[in-house]
Design a binder for this molecule. Structure first.
Ligand SMILES: Cc1cc2nc3c(=O)[nH]c(=O)nc-3n(C[C@H](O)[C@H](O)[C@H](O)COP(=O)(O)OP(=O)(O)OC[C@H]3O[C@@H](n4cnc5c(N)ncnc54)[C@H](O)[C@@H]3O)c2cc1C
Length: 312
């Protein structure tokens, strides 16, 4: 039977919902599911992890050198904690993509990225070529399966669990060569793009960073995350951590609203798992209307102030 260890993603206070999505992926694989919480003073996060349904044990390792999620330090701890586990999973977020390949290298195995479906304990499906093809991947017997779960493909496992919390001493030491300096978050208090229920995105049509303020105002009224097309990022209107798409973030909010975005395949690949897609574009032939559930042919600079007013 599989024994699965999930690496918790968190900010020191709150568990990222991607962790519960990785638990859903683990449930599809089947077997015992434990969670590893690394950090410093992580009692609260461990309690949140223990409340996820289907989890048996939460291993909580608190140490100064693990305080920030530095791959250089976390990977060694993960590799040590993986002993006895058949699978090590993390969400396919920026965090998982940073930490897990390094842990896989320390364990001497190849990594499977972006599990979208489970065919068996060691066989998975993952999207390739911007989601235009699905690859079937198998991990050889005897190798630890180290994999990220594609967050857009898995619902968050429900709460209601009561896992045991085990205080696990650190097995690693500070790597010494990599230092955490600080976190500068461009989004302020806005919800994280990859876990927000509602996301509003803007494209090249905004024309300037100042004009994006109109999008932020409406987003804040809706408590929404804000994304952007690559054209808007390349033009310098927004930072590149806001990019949605093939070379940006793959997201699956309940509601996605695209303003002045044409709908290039590389953008669509990042949003096609969204629940409802709304597009506002002044070109009635824009490709985004082909995948939009609701389309509005209009000028975004007229629509956004109206939306702001309606939302009060
Ligand atoms: C390898 C590769 C990877 C890529 N990865 C990504 C990626 O991850 N994410 C991504 O987004 N792109 C990506 N791209 C780029 C992609 O191909 C497109 O160039 C890009 O998505 C276009 O951005 P856009 O829709 O904002 O701009 P445009 O294509 O220029 O579209 C602007 C749209 O705004 C509309 N418009 C203009 N003015 C208004 C107005 N006032 N009101 C309403 N609508 C208006 C226009 O009708 C038009 O449809 C990638 C490309 C390559 C080659």
């Amino acid at each position: 039977m599989s024994k699965i260890l999930i690496i918790a993603e968190h900010d020191g206070d709150t568990l990222n919902p991607g962790t519960a999505k990785a638990v859903s992926c683990a449930q599809a694989i089947g077997g015992d599911i434990d969670i590893l919480v690394l950090g410093e003073d992580i009692t609260e996060v461990a309690t949140q992890a223990a409340a996820i349904d289907g989890v048996t044990t939460v291993h909580a390792t608190s140490a100064a050198h693990l305080a920030a999620p530095l791959a250089a330090n976390w990977a060694a701890e993960i590799a040590a904690a993986a002993d006895g586990y058949s699978h090590v999973l993390a969400p396919s977020s920026t965090f998982g993509k940073d930490v897990l390949p390094r842990a896989a290298a320390l364990l001497g195995v190849n990594m499977v990225s972006d599990i979208a479906a489970v065919d068996g304990e060691r066989s998975f499906k993952r999207p390739v070529y911007a989601g235009n093809a699905i690859a079937e991947v198998s991990v050889p017997d005897g190798d630890t399966v180290v994999a990220t779960a594609r967050t857009a493909s898995w619902p968050a496992a429900k709460e209601g669990g009561s896992a045991t919390v085990n205080e696990r001493p650190a097995a690693s030491e500070d790597a010494g060569h990599t230092r955490y300096v600080g976190l500068e978050s461009g989004g302020g208090d806005r919800p994280d793009l990859q876990t927000a229920r509602i996301v509003l995105s803007g494209g090249r049509a905004f024309g300037s960073a100042e004009n994006f303020e109109q999008l932020y105002t409406v987003a804040d009224k809706l408590k929404a995350g804000v994304g952007a097309s690559r054209a808007a990022v390349d033009a310098g209107y927004v930072p590149n951590d806001m990019q949605v798409g093939q070379t940006g973030k793959i997201i699956a909010p309940e509601l996605y609203m695209a303003f002045g975005i044409s709908g290039a395949i590389q953008h669509i690949t990042g949003i096609k798992d969204a629940g409802t897609i709304v597009a506002v574009n002044k070109d009635a032939d824009a490709p985004i209307f082909e995948i939009a559930d609701i389309g509005l042919v209009a000028d975004l600079f007229t629509v956004l102030p109206e939306l702001e007013q309606q939302l009060g």
